[in-house]
Design a protein around this ligand. Sequence first.
Ligand code: NAD
Length: 358
Amino acid sequence: MKKHIAVLAGDGIGPEITEGAVAVLKRVAEKFGHEFTFEPLLIGGAAIDRTGEPLPAETIERCLASDSVLLGAVGGPKWDSLPGDKRPEKGLLGIRKAMNLYSNIRPAKLWRALADASPLKEELVKDGVEITVVRELTGGIYFGERGRFGDEKNGETAWDTERYSVREIARITKIACEIASKRSKKIISVDKANVLESSRLWRAVVHAYAEKYYPDITVQDMLVDNCAMQIVKYPAQFDVLLTSNMFGDILSDEAAQITGSIGMLASSSLGDTKCGLYEPIHGSAPDIAGKDVANPIATILSCAMMLRDSFGLAKEAEAIETAVERVLEEGYRTADIFREGTKKVGCRAMAARVAERI
Ligand code: NAD
């Protein structure tokens, strides 16, 4: 199979982790007889430095022409004082919008070999943790109208808007139902319907859609504050968690943390086509950038999601996941998941170990 992959390394640890993930994809191509080509493109702070824009037109054009996109991470202190529409994060929001990627799927799994890396007590995670967060990605408060009024003398005020349409809620519900139908057939839908009008519409549409098109799926509602609490109280109760953009942003980081390290968690963003965007859920980690200590596994597992969900290569995806499991069981650890008695390796060496075991 021939596939063309756009690689948006971005900032901070982005170049290191994408380099490791590309090495793993090259090994998969070699082993299974595929031809993957890789095209590096600019995004985020790196793009601002070279072109003045966080998302150059060429990047959008080439991503749309690719079979899928692999992204590292964007952002860093160097660009923090730039105005909102010129910041690196604008590049990330922009590419999701340009590719019409309205769903973000984030599986948070506690790997057997890393059970002791969870900050939760053993009795809370003994039943396993495998939460798939299905987050709406192109609506809500991150894309709503915003502004400021007033002045320093009279007091300045800033505002943002949470806004959702029936169409936006229905299409993300469909994605959650599709995933749940292959798993436990249970969805927990998160909202703040006791306060927000947008959440009341969210709740009504999720139920109406699921009941009409997926009658065998059970939908349970949970208020976002309770959900934040339940994730650390008894994570095994969750399977598919359906959320709006902002709630999912926060809850998926919380779910990630109970699995040990944010450096282990992959994600996919998809719309109506097979061309998706695959990226780790963490940021650019400027504190460890350029030191060859970052964990590349989240990015490597994002590649496994790309193979399965965009290219239909389930066997190859599984080969990556099994290789990761083996490397962890053999005791190799990057600094973020290192414990006494395990073998510490850098970013490049970790990716090489995974590639070797494919
Ligand atoms: P972060 O995820 O970059 O880092 C949080 C902590 O986790 C840091 O201590 C970091 O060292 C650690 N960490 C993250 N990824 C790791 C990895 N692969 N291996 C080992 N340790 C890892 O979040 P932050 O510090 O809040 O943000 C840093 C920058 O990243 C900011 O500019 C932010 O806007 C940006 N950001 C980008 C994205 C993205 O590109 N998708 C997401 C979140 C934050």
